[in-house]
Design a protein. Structure first.
Ligand SMILES: Nc1ncnc2c1ncn2[C@@H]1O[C@H](COP(=O)(O)OP(=O)(O)O)[C@@H](O)[C@H]1O
Ligand SMILES: [Mg+2]
Lengths: 283, 260
């Protein structure tokens, strides 16, 4: 495993120019009248952790669903290894998804299966591996997330943090080349948060993965990301390494990184003028 | 005034688009029906949840419906001195009409609502999305097995309902009301026909099973993924299924038995 990771890293270093795993160009997506993404470009470098940050409701989850092919954009391309995801046929899309792991905000464990069977689920669906091998693989992944002892529990018996770690083990069990994390830190106590931060970093490096991390937790995200995009109102408003963002002189980025409540990203959801609403047409 | 027209227009459009979605949904299910052969165990597991778990309510209701039929018909027929045809009348009403219809109504309330709630909850907790992202087709893994289970269970449950109903009628008519045992069975045997009665009843129950299960899995899959959305979808399943059953029953009866 170590050798393998080493090789991958050397490989990445050697082909510096070709190290973009996912290339998004001119992406447009609307919900009703509202443009969630209005012509954005993103590059996800191979082997790195790329964070997508932005306030709630900016479309971070939507972006992951677009990359996963669950939603189709109105315009633009999302290329992974040269394949344009929105244009793939269903069978090709399913083949590509087997290289992707996604950690959902809620964990999304299958409620009628216990922890062990949840982690075994993708193996049972996609492979005909003998039971003994499945057993080994499942226990290895559960060991990675520290929950080998919890394998007999049902999802309803897990805390939020544990459920997310089981879901992480499940995503990893088929050895994806890319992981997507949707708000992995939200609603976690400080200890589970620390555990998750460490896991995401160490898994990315040990397995030579490419990770996309979607979050609005500034501190944790900046501490593990290699590259950060800040998105607001359908546009990319900042991009760079965490250091660059911290020293950025863009108002948007400053507001977000320093967690100020009002600034270019307004505190208020778009609304008609306050006076007019309170006083009616008299105003 | 304009607003009312707007609302009328919007709800009409919503209804049509929902109808369209349900057709597309059905085509996805049909495309996934191969699971019957490749994942037979999933279908069996669902037949347990959908069929076997509905068995107790079907048995109890069947028994009572048969007993009520026996009592009511006896009270009428005794005035004409023709109580010996009770067996035939009870069996015919059950096999042609009450068996399929009442079973389907009970099935919608018991199994249909459970299917909607289960699938809706899987949607609300992102389990269906997660499956898609694991390259597992939810139509094959979740929807089609449940659909097939409903389709297979309904005719079996209806047959059990009718059989138990006949026993209930027998208990009242022969054991309690002292109608002649031999007449009860022999008139029944002479007047219930295989094609005209049994087969038509089975066709009804298959049609009802198809419609109820389709509505149930569709409402679950199409629900708004919140707890409120799931509970509304569950209610809709019961309401739409019941209305469809009764309306279809009229159409089917007219085609099968009436000379319309
Ligand atoms: N199924 C949907 N139908 C309509 N609007 C949606 C749906 N899902 C999300 N939205 C809207 O899209 C916007 C972006 O959602 P999302 O990607 O979940 O944001 P984030 O993950 O950044 O908080 C939100 O304003 C939300 O209201
Ligand atoms: Mg989100």
């Amino acid at each position: 495993m170590v050798c393998y990771a080493q090789l991958k890293h050397d490989g990445v270093a050697m082909t510096e120019t070709d190290d973009i795993l996912i290339k998004i160009r001119g992406l447009k997506f609307a919900r009703g009248e509202r443009w969630i993404f209005d012509d954005i470009d993103l590059d996800i470098p191979r082997g790195k952790i790329t964070a997508i940050m932005g306030p709630s409701g900016t479309g971070k989850t939507t972006l992951l669903r677009l990359v996963g092919g669950q939603l189709r954009p109105m315009a633009g391309t999302i290329e992974m290894g040269g394949k344009n995801i929105p244009k793939l046929r269903v069978s090709e899309l399913y083949a590509l998804r087997r290289q992707m792991g996604m950690l959902f905000q809620s964990g999304a464990l299958l409620t009628d299966l216990n922890v062990y069977e949840n982690v075994a689920f993708p193996l049972r669906e996609h492979t005909k591996l003998p039971e003994s091998l499945i057993h080994h693989l499942v226990l290895m992944k559960l060991q990675t997330v520290g929950l080998r002892g919890a394998r007999h529990l049902m999802p309803s018996e897990l805390s939020g943090g544990m459920a997310r770690r089981v879901a992480l083990a499940r995503s990893l069990v088929t050895d994806p080349t890319m992981m997507m994390y949707d708000e992995p830190f939200t609603g976690q106590d400080p200890i589970s948060m620390g555990v998750l931060v460490r896991l995401i970093r160490s898994i990315n490096d040990a397995l030579g993965l490419t990770s996309i991390l979607v979050s609005h937790d500034v501190h944790e995200t900046l501490s593990i990301a290699d590259k950060v995009y800040v998105i607001s109102n359908g546009k990319v408003v900042g991009v760079g390494s965490p250091e660059e963002l911290k020293n950025s002189d863009s108002d948007w980025v400053k507001q977000f990184v320093n967690a100020e409540s009002d600034g270019p990203v307004p505190f208020h959801y778009p609304a008609p003028s306050y006076e007019q609403e309170l006083l009616g047409d008299a105003a | 005034m304009i607003n009312q027209f707007q609302n009328l227009g919007r709800s009409t459009l919503d209804t049509f688009s929902k109808f369209g979605r349900s057709q597309i949904f059905l085509s996805h299910i049909l495309a996934a029906l191969g699971v019957l052969f490749t994942r037979f165990r999933l279908v069996i597991a669902q037949m347990y949840a959908v069929g076997v778990l509905s068995l107790s309510i079907i048995l109890v209701s069947g028994l009572f419906v048969g007993m009520v039929l026996g009592l009511q018909l006896y009270n009428t027929l005794v005035n004409f001195g023709s109580t010996e045809i009770l067996g035939a009348v009870i069996a015919l009403s059950l096999v042609r009409e009450l068996g399929p219809v009442i079973t389907a109504l009970l099935f919608a309330g018991r199994a249909g609502s459970a299917l909607t709630a289960e699938i809706g909850l899987m949607k609300a907790t992102e389990q269906l999305s997660a499956m898609e992202m694991m390259a597992v087709n939810p139509y094959k893994r979740v929807i089609a097995p449940r659909f097939l289970a409903g389709l297979f269970s309904m005719p079996l449950l209806a047959a059990i309902f009718s059989a138990v109903g006949v026993i209930g009628g027998y208990l009242i008519v022969v054991t309690v009301l002292r109608v002649d045992d031999g007449a009860f069975w022999s008139f029944m045997q002479a007047s219930v026909e295989w094609r005209e009665d049994i087969l038509n009843g089975v066709i009804k129950s298959i049609v009802f099973g198809f419609v109820v299960t389709w509505i149930a899995v569709f409402e679950g899959y199409d629900c708004i993924p919140t707890s409120e959305g799931v509970s509304r979808a569950t209610t809709r399943t019961v309401v739409y299924s019941s209305l469809s059953i009764l309306a279809l029953d009229f159409v089917l009866t007219a085609v099968m038995f009436g000379d319309i």
